[in-house]
Design a protein around this ligand. Structure first.
Ligand code: FES
Ligand SMILES: [Fe+2]
Length: 351
């Protein structure tokens, strides 16, 4: 495993094989299980919803019953059939293969032709239950959490506490799914620096003060702060908050490994970076509104345009990673602290 020098002034960037080697890709992906994954907004689930999802190559099903959410294995405990194929409202989960039935909290309920089976049913016949947490109506799950959810979300929760996040409403018209031909980590690299804004995002560059762009590092996350230019909407931050007095147009939070929470005065845009193969990635956008009147203006105005500008860069860099003439580069000590931090975490946690 390569070591990224702690000293950014000397460090070399992540070697290109990290973006192209299928084995390294698989080994990094296996670490995703221990982090928290975003699933959706509570308002997307009516009572008795069952919603199958595939997270980190694991088949799971999210259920809501009597107001309680569960994250269950979507694999039948009899002979391994997938239980649920599409989103539906129903009161039990019944296996389409031989009819084994489970309640929506994963407990075994019934199985035909098993009267003579000894020591049956046992807890092994229940569906496996995974950790699920809800933060301001946003649902997160983890298969093998390494840290508690409250610890994982603490820095964001405290810093953004001046917003009425519990009032955020889900806006389905802001859902976007893009598939790009690049490794997921290239997308994260690009997100973690504002260095490219004047070169790649001309309109965004007219909204933010490039010279005042800030990057802060946390144990498992990075915060970038964009300061508003004249006339651009900014947050009204109360006295006593550490950012009070600053004209902040955007807080860009990245949480290891693949979640981005972008707070604008109008609300939150959440990006999920889902690795599909070593050089294919799905980017899923969701939007949550706090102030409808501010939509479409400022740093979070035309997100589709910014996204396409970034995709062109990231897909082009993937070609660069495959080239025999590129192995690794260097970091800008002033502008690429976030990228350096990400590479340090990635190489530490993939030991
Ligand atoms: S595999 Fe599910 S009942 Fe047989
Ligand atoms: Fe960008």
């Amino acid at each position: 495993m390569v070591e990224i020098d702690l000293d950014i002034t000397r460090a070399k960037t992540l070697p290109s094989k990290y973006y192209t080697d299928p084995q390294i890709f698989e080994s990094i992906l296996s670490k995703f299980k221990s982090t928290w994954n975003f699933i959706g907004h509570a308002s997307q689930f009516e009572e008795n919803t069952v919603f199958p999802i595939n997270i980190n190559q694991e088949q799971l099903v999210i259920t809501k019953s009597q107001g309680q959410f569960s994250c269950l294995s979507n694999i039948c405990t009899h002979r391994g059939m997938i239980l649920q194929h599409g989103k539906e409202c129903k009161k039990t989960l019944t296996c389409p293969y031989h009819g084994r039935t489970f309640s929506l909290d994963g407990k075994f309920k019934h199985m035909p032709e098993f009267e003579q089976a000894v020591d049956f049913p046992s807890p092994d016949d229940d569906l496996q239950n995974f950790d699920l947490e809800i933060w301001n109506d946003l649902i997160f799950i983890s298969q093998e959490p390494k840290s508690s959810f409250s610890k994982w979300i603490k820095d964001i929760s405290e810093r953004m506490s001046f917003l009425d996040l519990e009032k955020m409403s889900y806006d389905s018209s802001r859902e976007r799914n893009y598939t790009i031909n690049a490794n997921w980590a290239l997308y994260v690299d690009n997100y973690l620096e504002g260095f490219h804004i004047p070169f790649v995002h001309k309109d965004l560059n007219d909204a933010l003060e490039y010279n005042q762009y800030e990057t802060e590092l946390f144990e498992n996350s990075v915060l970038q702060i964009g300061i508003a230019q004249e006339g651009v909407p900014y947050f009204d931050i109360p006295e006593g908050h550490q950012d009070s007095g600053k004209k902040i147009a955007a807080y860009y939070w990245w949480l290891y490994p693949n979640i981005m929470l972008n707070f604008y005065p109008w609300g939150l845009s959440l990006n999920l970076v889902k690795p599909i193969t070593v050089d294919t990635t799905e980017i899923c956008y969701s939007g949550f509104i706090l102030d409808e009147e501010l939509l479409g203006s400022g740093a979070g105005g035309d997100l589709d345009k910014v996204e396409l500008e970034d995709q062109f860069i990231v897909e082009s860099c993937q070609l660069g990673m495959k080239s025999s003439s590129y192995k690794s580069g260097r970091y800008s000590p002033t502008m690429e602290k976030g990228v350096h931090h990400f590479h340090r975490i990635l190489t530490d946690s993939s030991d």
